[in-house]
Design a protein around this ligand. Structure first.
Ligand code: FES
Length: 64
């Protein structure tokens, strides 16, 4: 699924940035991926994906 249409960034690449690079917010995400600086429509969705990925990760760690 494309989160950022302007730059063609998918939810998968955002999740990978969180998991592999420890990205925790939009500012950090934009150091790894180009998104959000054209129309800005994707910013809310991208932030939600970051948050959700962090929650998923911490659940996984509790189980592991
Ligand atoms: S959809 Fe991301 S900047 Fe436009």
């Amino acid at each position: 699924m494309f989160v950022c249409m302007c730059y063609g960034v998918t939810d998968k690449s955002i999740r990978a940035a969180v998991e592999e690079n420890g990205v925790g917010n939009m500012r950090e995400l934009r150091q790894h991926l180009e998104l959000g600086s054209q129309c800005g429509k994707c910013i809310t969705m991208a932030q939600q994906i970051i948050d959700q990925t962090i929650i998923d990760e911490s659940l996984f760690k509790d189980v592991g």
